[in-house]
Design a protein around this ligand. Structure first.
Ligand SMILES: [Zn+2]
Length: 320
């Protein structure tokens, strides 16, 4: 009798130990690599969980490794992770092998920040004033890209005095029918976005034009607010306007008429980097060997996170 009771107690203890092991046991993980390691990073994860497809589950962490529960493969979702951090281009890791073990690790090695050269032609003077304005735009663009984890910086912001060009007056009042002419007559540096600072664009001194999505061209008006250039570069990177869309307002860089542009969603970063029409992939060839995708503005699919995907809050709009 005594021995039997002891046996039962031992079995109960063993069961408790197993239960504790399961509760405190391992989980699938995302692990990031970069030098230095990021102070904070975020990731969207696709896979299957508990038999259900999971698309774009969001996680953030300040450590190198983040647990994400038990993902498996073979369901209706993709198996992939897309990671974001400061001063690194987003990294998409496709075909993660999520197994039934809850001990899988998706390794993410961030690439160095993308460096892009830009040529700026001051077509309408006074040159000194317009050069200073261009530098203001450069500083503001760089700051927004850093704050919003764009992972792109200027390697060169060359400002050229074209005010003495005999053709300069022809392009003082610019519209997009003049694009080929201004490139031929004023000048054009190869393999980079060329920016032309004129007087008016489409009739306004505060306006700008990229003239096409994914172009390598920008025209800027003589009094443009200093956060207009990051907007036009957004068009170069294949981004569309967000005017009137729920969960967007004038603080997003892709509002068409604003002086408070500051934020870029992770859904927009995804398109700017991965869309094969983006100047990052065409003009700059800045992502060799990295995957590209064609994500329409309002696409919401396994391959394309919805445009308003936010791992972090953007002003009034919380992470979602
Ligand atoms: Zn625009």
């Amino acid at each position: 009798m005594q021995a039997k009771l002891r046996l039962v107690q031992v079995r109960a203890m063993a069961l408790t130990a197993i239960a504790l092991f399961l509760i405190t046991g391992c989980a699938d993980k995302v692990r990031v690599f970069s030098a230095p390691l990021p102070s904070e990073w975020g990731v969207i994860v696709d896979g299957t969980k508990g038999g259900a497809a999971v698309n774009d589950a969001r996680y953030t962490d300040t450590d190198q490794t983040r647990t994400v529960g038990n993902f498996t493969s073979g369901g209706a979702s993709n198996e992939e992770v897309t990671a974001f951090t400061n001063r690194r281009p987003l990294k998409l890791v496709e075909n993660v092998n999520w197994t039934s073990d809850n001990d899988d690790v998706a390794n993410v090695t961030f690439s160095p920040e993308i460096s892009v050269p830009v040529a700026v032609w001051i077509v309408q003077g006074p040159f000194d004033d317009q050069r200073d304005l261009a530098i203001d735009h450069c500083v503001t663009t760089s700051g927004i890209w850093q704050d919003e984890r764009m992972g792109v910086r200027f390697s060169q912001f060359e400002i050229i005095d074209a005010t003495g060009d005999p053709d300069a007056a022809t392009y003082a009042d610019f519209n997009c029918t003049m694009q080929a002419g201004i490139e031929a007559d004023i000048g054009q540096r190869a393999n980079r976005i060329n920016v032309y600072w004129v007087d008016t664009v489409d009739g306004g001194t505060g306006r700008g034009q990229a003239c096409a999505f994914g172009s390598d061209f920008v025209a800027m008006g003589s009094t443009a607010n200093d956060e207009l250039l990051v907007h036009e570069f957004g068009h170069n990177f294949d981004l569309r306007h967000i005017d009137g869309q729920a969960t967007f307002d004038m603080t997003n860089i892709m509002h068409s008429a604003s002086s408070t542009r500051a934020f870029i969603t992770e859904g927009q970063l995804h398109r700017a980097h991965l869309n094969d029409n983006s100047a990052l992939n065409t003009t700059y060839g800045a992502r060799p060997g990295e995957p590209t995708r064609t994500c329409a503005h309002n696409a919401d699919t396994n391959d394309c996170p919805v445009l308003n995907t936010r791992i972090w809050a953007d002003g009034a709009f919380p992470a979602n």
